[in-house]
Write a protein that binds this ligand. Structure first.
Ligand code: PGA
Length: 319
């Protein structure tokens, strides 16, 4: 058997995405190159790894077995890389982080400060939604993740480091924009643009309204914060977004925050890793940097953070 790590990486990406096209996008390869790697792996192992049913692809029984082994091999290699970079200290090495699409509005600024301090490190930054972040943590593909409240039942260590208020935005000419105070049930007359399923913002929004028994009407489903902002400006509906995403539009007067009672929804940003993961020296330094310096560098309040951090420490130690 003469298989290569590249074949295993390509196979693992196709399995994760259940798609040759999306795996090709992730790996910056062409689709034929991805198919070729999988074919070569199948021929080396003398086993069919995928089957196509309709438009979807599925792992065969042998494919499932090969996937388990590939994951272990790739994780071991990642761990080896982490251990070696720990041994090299903070001067060299690689930091692999993934952040929620909404966190992308402030993480690059923080990363810039960190990279100035450690100019020789290589950073890989992926920006995706909450659901994909949880999969990446489960598959041990990243050192650290920045996301909203992680699920309590997953095997994760996490620490809050920033507040993340969610607000309702409208174009300045919207009739509600003139009101001083808007009762929650006035929103039942409006149409909301919502993020895609799998978005943390969307989950928080649905939970908030369902806990209060308020039935809102949702219009278009929009796959990014940027597209929501454009659609709100175009008058297609109201948006519920992290305040971090709308700073520029507020300054330019293109959007306004509606003063709705019970708002903002107060969420927090967490730095997250797999429980028990051996973090490299760089990953540990970045985590500490976010927690200790992040809020001040971004000029944010930290009022609620000590209480939340304590609550999470208790939760983490009792699970
Ligand atoms: P999202 O995450 O970008 O997936 O909406 C934000 C959050 O979890 O608050």
């Amino acid at each position: 058997m003469n298989i290569t790590l590249r074949q295993l990486r390509v196979f693992a990406a196709v399995t994760r995405h259940r798609s040759f096209t999306r795996a090709a996008e992730e790996l910056c390869l062409t689709q034929p190159a991805v198919s070729m790697q999988v074919k070569q792996l199948e021929s080396q192992l003398d086993a069919a790894l995928f089957e196509q049913l309709g438009r979807k692809i599925f792992l065969t029984e042998m494919g499932k077995e090969v996937y388990q082994y590939s994951r272990n091999i790739l994780q071991q290699l990642d761990e080896l890389q982490g251990v070696l970079s720990s041994m090299k200290g903070l001067d060299k090495g690689r930091l692999k982080i993934s952040v929620a699409s909404t966190a992308n509005y402030f993480i690059p600024a923080l990363l810039a400060g960190f990279c100035q301090r450690h100019p020789k490190i290589t950073v890989s930054l992926d920006v995706t939604n909450r659901e994909t972040l949880l999969n990446q943590l489960a598959d041990n593909e990243v050192d650290l993740v920045v996301m909203g409240q992680p699920p309590k039942d997953a095997d994760l260590g996490y620490e809050p480091f920033l507040e993340n208020p969610l607000v309702i935005v409208a174009p300045p000419e919207h009739p509600l924009a003139k009101k001083k105070k808007i009762p929650l049930n006035a929103l039942t007359q409006e149409i909301f643009l919502v993020r895609e399923p799998g978005s943390g913002t969307r989950i928080a929004m649905e939970r908030f309204f369902s806990q209060r028994g308020v039935h809102i009407t949702t219009g278009m489903e929009v796959g990014s914060n940027e597209a929501i902002k454009q659609s709100v400006q175009a008058g297609l509906g109201l948006g519920l977004l992290s305040r971090d995403t709308v700073e520029m539009e507020l300054t330019l007067g293109r959007l306004v925050i509606l003063p709705v009672s019970d708002f903002p929804i107060m969420r927090h940003w967490y730095v997250v890793h797999r429980q028990g993961k051996r973090l490299s020296a760089i990953a540990t330094a970045f985590k500490d940097y976010l927690i200790v310096e992040g809020p001040a560098l971004l000029g944010k309040s930290t009022q609620e953070l000590p209480r939340l951090a304590e609550k999470n420490r208790k939760l983490n130690s009792s699970t």
